[in-house]
Design a protein around this ligand. Sequence first.
Ligand code: AMP
Ligand code: MG
Length: 340
Amino acid sequence: MLILGIESSCDESAVAVWDSNQRRVCYEQVLTQIDLHSTYGGVVPGIAIREHLNGFPLLLKNLNQQFDLSSVDKIVVTHGPGLIGSLGIGIAYAQSLQLLYKKPLEGVNHLQGHALSPFIKAYSEDKSFSIEHICPHLGLLVSGGNTLLFELTTQERALKFKILAQTIDDAAGEALDKGAKMLGFPYPGGPFIESCALNGDAHWIDFPKAFPKKTDFKFSFSGLKTSLRYFLAKLTADEIEAQKPSICASYQQAVIGALTKKVEQALTFKSYKSLGLSGGVSNNNLLRSAMERIANHHNIPFFVPQKRYCGDNAAMIAFAGTFLTAPLKVDPNRTLEAIT
Ligand code: AMP
Ligand code: MG
């Protein structure tokens, strides 16, 4: 089976082909708009729509030149969650290809794409690997818009998701981006916090911890952001500049600590066969190694996407299209649980 995946939920336009017989990504291209949105401190929906409209003709021209689209068996497209205008453009192109090549077209939940992205490498490198073998799986999905701790199980070979914890306010990536903005970094600030923190002391500020109790299965990051604001208000511009690495390191540590604490709690409540990490924030090396340490401690394998599959991409959509599809129905507010 050759599955063509199309992704346009936010500010990346992407196409990819997953070969489920050879178990590999055989074509992929992503066009990111990040530099254009950076000036505005966040994603501007109107610009995103314009850029998707500019990007997809180019992506499909390149794809057509290198790939025989008539050999594709199925087309899958992200149908939520995401920005409605952005989703609509990917879907419109997917529907055009469906009509042109007379192929089946199905929808993929963007969050399920992220949740399964840690397994792309294992499927490609180990031909006997199967998600079923590593379930029940505990996954942490951390992106600019979502912070989810979930359980993945199999029931009669079908994959089932259950959300264990989610944020009641800001997402982890959003907290990093908002903190970075206060410190004068461009959008998205997560990677800037990470590199500035390399020269800092993570114990310099002891930020308050939200929901420290074992029974509180939820995340919250808005209090952390507010305490950074109050902390910075007490310093002069020169002091902030001089202590920026330690401020970044402490803030980053607070975000990572809040995430890993819930992961450890979940592992004490139930035994899981594997641990996973996904989403844009999974680019963060400190978070990757903290999660790996937890998995090692519990003697279970750890799965994390290759860096190019941490952010939005179509390879994860095409890959997820092998396991989980639904009749196409655009829904910008879809959650991880929604399958149809
Ligand atoms: P996504 O929403 O999945 O596209 O991911 C974007 C989010 O990931 C933004 O909030 C970024 O700041 C964050 N991010 C990307 N790279 C890093 C990194 N190296 N460290 C921390 N956060 C990151
Ligand atoms: Mg995403």
